[in-house]
Design a protein around this ligand. Structure first.
Ligand code: ASP
Length: 438
């Protein structure tokens, strides 16, 4: 039988009404066997996420404030959900234990993790599923890094014992038995880890949007949703700032070749976005999969006559950056010029030192830095086959009266990156989006 791992974000579990929707979704498909919940999120725009309330409680304890007086707000959230669901479940003992532990300095990660832990218990009870504490199946090493092998082995063993189960997201266990969380939004990672260990056919990630959008809705009004995107395309777009999923959530499922389906809990009828390992199919009418970008880049340009004949020139340039621990983004080069594009914040304090060293080691004819660059990436697996894509990108940008400062097309032909001045950023994104989508 097909098997799915489903993860629900905090907004999908913010109150009893959402719990009911979530239960309907799970019960509608018996393949949805393993469920990973987040902690209750915001119910309205200026509401506070339970995770943030738990951090606050921890802070109050640490700074000598009154955590005891604050904790009832958290109790109210959980008791409210249980009462509104009409659930016969007494969680008071658990709540008292958590409160006591936090107010007795149990640690920041322990405090934060209880949001998922308690929510997972309630959800398991409501669904009639088993509850697997993530503490027993997700492991970190002494240095704090995630222990993939041990986790996969233990999780696999445990999942085999259950037909249907809830595994709370976001946290796991250190070798000394204390609780550690992933970074914020980390329930996505737990979902991916469970999907891999369960050999799932699909990892469904339920949130409050109907998938991954072709462009940032803060810049492009009402962008279309992406139907299907490959892991590589997603990586390119995410790197350029597009987010829906936690970055690290991709790896466990990507290695296992498991597709991810981003779905909307409030609109379960939408098919959402499928993130797949590979596909040659693409929307011929659109060609591109998405467009994203970021501001805040600088370009260092080095010119030297006969540079092309000087063996080792490129290595010497890069060594200067490497020695200072600076990573670069792109290296567009001409016959006698080489440019290094990098994040402005990466060189901020090291600027003088880097320039002096470049001057000394390379003896260039000229050396300059320009700040205020924005990079825009046009990404699409369809670009390899569709002729004229680059022309369309450049024509659209030029028709918008924007000057292109840099062009970089990876040899995979899956993306074209252009550099423009920061004040032209929004205009450029709109021009490209409108050219391919409207
Ligand atoms: N509850 C945690 C957070 O707010 C983890 C998550 O929602 O994925 O970051």
């Amino acid at each position: 039988m097909e098997m799915k791992v489903v993860k629900f974000g905090g907004s999908s579990l913010a109150d009893a009404e959402h719990f009911k929707q979530v239960a309907n979704i799970i019960k509608a498909d018996p393949a949805r066997r393993f469920v990973v919940p987040s902690a209750p999120g915001k119910r309205f725009s200026n509401d506070i996420k339970v995770t943030d309330m738990l951090y606050e409680c921890f802070e109050l304890t640490r700074t000598g404030g009154d955590a005891d007086a604050y904790f009832p707000k958290i109790e109210e959230r959980y008791n409210g959900i249980i009462a509104d669901l009409g659930l016969d479940f007494d969680i008071s003992g658990e709540l008292a234990y958590v409160k006591n532990a936090i107010t007795h300095h149990s640690g920041r990660d322990f405090a934060a993790s209880r949001g998922e832990y308690l929510n997972g218990m309630i959800l398991a009870k409501y669904l009639g599923f088993d509850f697997i504490d993530a503490e027993n199946v997700i492991f970190f090493r002494n240095d704090g890094s995630f222990d993939e092998e041990k986790t996969n082995e233990e999780m696999r063993k445990e999942l085999k014992k259950h037909e249907y189960a809830v595994i709370p997201g976001f946290y796991g266990c250190m070798p000394n038995g204390t609780i550690k969380t992933f970074s914020r939004g980390g329930s996505d990672i737990t979902g991916a880890i469970v999907a891999r260990a369960a050999d799932a056919d699909l990892y469904e990630n339920w949130t409050d949007v109907s998938g991954f959008m072709m462009a940032d809705p803060r810049i492009i009004s009402n962008p279309c949703t992406i139907d299907t995107i490959t892991y590589r395309e997603l990586r390119e777009l995410a790197y350029m700032g597009a987010t829906v999923l936690h970055d690290e959530a991709i790896f466990p499922v990507r290695y296992a070749g498991i597709p991810i389906n981003i779905r909307n809990t409030n609109r379960p009828e939408d098919r959402g976005t499928m993130i797949v390992p590979e596909t040659n199919e693409y929307d011929a009418a659109r060609v591109i999969t998405g467009v994203a970008g970021r501001k805040g880049y600088s370009v260092i340009t080095i010119e030297k006559d006969m540079m092309n004949a000087e063996v080792g020139f490129g290595r010497k340039v890069l060594e200067v950056f490497e020695d200072d621990g600076i990573s670069f983004e792109h290296l567009p080069s001409g016959i006698d010029t080489m440019s290094v594009v990098l994040e402005t914040k990466a060189i901020e304090e090291k600027r003088e030192r880097v320039l002096t060293r470049l001057q000394k080691t390379l003896r260039p004819d000229s050396l300059s830095v320009e700040d205020g660059l924005a990079l825009v990436a046009v990404v699409g697996r369809g670009m390899v086959r569709a002729k004229g894509t680059a022309t369309r990108v450049f024509d659209a940008i030029s028709a918008a009266d924007v000057n292109i400062k840099m062009i970089d097309q990876g040899s995979s032909e899956m993306n074209i990156i252009v550099g423009v001045e920061e004040h032209d950023f929004e205009k450029t994104l709109n021009a490209i989006y409108n050219e391919f989508v409207k």
